[in-house]
Design a protein around this ligand. Sequence first.
Ligand SMILES: [Zn+2]
Length: 312
Amino acid sequence: MARPEVRELGQGRRLLDLDFRDTEGLVAAYLLPEADGWSLIETGPSTCREALLAGVDAAGVARDEIRHVFVTHIHLDHAGGVGALLEALPRATFYAHELGVPHLIDPTKLIASARRAWGAAADPLWGPILPVPAPRIVALRGGETFPLRGGELSVLATPGHAKHHLSYFDSAIRGMFTGDSAGVRLERSDHLRPAVPPPDLDLDLLFSSLEAMRRADPRLVLFSHFGPSPDGSRDLARYRGVVERWRDAALAAARENPDPSFVARRLAELDAVDLAQGPATDRESLVSGYELAARGFLRYFETRGLIGAAPP
Ligand SMILES: [Zn+2]
């Protein structure tokens, strides 16, 4: 594992690089100071547990000072590590959307869907997905606030990418932690990659969630994939258009051939020639692949009657 990267974001807020897939700049977590203790946003998967804890140590934060751990949603690259951190963060309470909490308490369905989506690669990629005892986890629905040093953390319900997605707004730095609700934007790249996976992708909700985040007027947008954007409010404004171009290309492709690999190839082709954006990078596929996006759109089109039944 590489030396943990900890980056100061202002007012004591810190970014931790979780070194997902032994690659820097893919999955981030954030440490936010409270009056007496720390909040953590995102845990990453349990394969990132050691990198996360090394980052906490390197940030000079005692593990038992972490009191609140917020996840944006329960997809494994964001919250797969929750259950594996219970002992290492003994005084932390964990928080997720109320629709996600039951699956963190009993991860049977999370494990089954990881195996379905990733096959034999699931275990080395995600590591163990351990249950969280109910007393350690609290359900959120949006609208809650938590005190931070210099401000407060507000919870926004931002469904679309998943129906249980939350974003978090830190008033002290006017920073919006978007999880996957505003797509993927890796550092040193101007390219936005849609994060549109199955099973509950909903584009109307996704677009209204983007509006809700814009209304908060963030000065900083902090992606889980990855880091603070140099022009985050512009990213929030342009993400809708990027998703709409992908949607249109995916629908045209699906009507020609509703095979996920075929649709995925069309999305990759579009990405290569989409001059409204900077160039795509291969690294984006490590956190948001074309095949997953194709499956997300196919299911979305199918459940809305826009195409015939897609293959399972
Ligand atoms: Zn993600």
